[in-house]
Each structure stands twice: as C-alpha cells, then as structure tokens.
Write a protein of this length. Structure first.
Length: 116
C-alpha cells in the first residue's frame, strides 16, 4: 500500500512539473504572428511597415528598416486581461516581442523585448 501511495505521489509531482513546462500565453501569440510574418517575407514585404501589416494577433507598436538595409524589425504588443484570485480585480498583462528576419531573410526570428 505504501508503494502505491509513493508511486501516485511521484506521478502527481511529475505531471504538475510537465504541465508547467509549456510556453507562456504571450509566446504562443507571438508564434502565431511569426507564421504570418514568414508568409509576409515570402510575399515580398520589404519594409517594416509592410511587414507589420501581416500581424493578426497582436498590435504593432513599432516598425523599422528595410529588407535591403538589413535593419528590418517589427515590435508587437500582446495583452490579456486576467482576474487575480477569487473575485479579485482584473489586471491587464502586457508583453512585447520583436520580430526580425534571420541572416538569409527567409524566416522571421522573435524574442521578448521592452514595450515602447
């Protein structure tokens, strides 16, 4: 009986650990936009402004550069409203990600950045 309880406890801890290993809500949103921005590059978006029109999930807050200049970048803000605790106040969580083309310009890389 003790062995079963111990096995169950280890299994619960393992499942909780694995459940916490997923990507955050904002990363998932940014990943959806990355797919759209990859399509934008493929379709010829050659300025930050044109590439920014391909964003569908977040809000574009900054665009910069050109594809030829090598400084093409798009910054996108993601927001969600969460309720803290039982009947707690609503809180808006904000996060920004910067999207830049990779070295050969065929795909977009992204990572968290400060919101402008």
């Amino acid at each position: 009986m003790t062995q079963r309880v111990r096995t169950a406890a280890v299994l619960v801890v393992l499942l909780l650990t694995l459940a916490g290993c997923g990507h955050s809500w904002d990363w998932k949103q940014a990943d959806l936009d990355r797919n759209r921005l990859n399509l934008g590059l493929f379709r010829g978006a050659d300025t930050g402004e044109k590439l920014g029109t391909w964003v569908r999930v977040g809000e574009v807050v900054a665009t910069d550069g050109t594809r030829d200049g090598g400084d093409l970048a798009v910054v996108v803000r993601y927001e969600r409203t969460v309720t803290e605790g039982w009947g707690g106040a609503e809180k808006v969580e904000r996060s920004c990600f910067q999207f830049i083309p990779d070295a050969d310009g065929s795909a977009v890389e992204f990572g968290p950045t400060d919101c402008p």
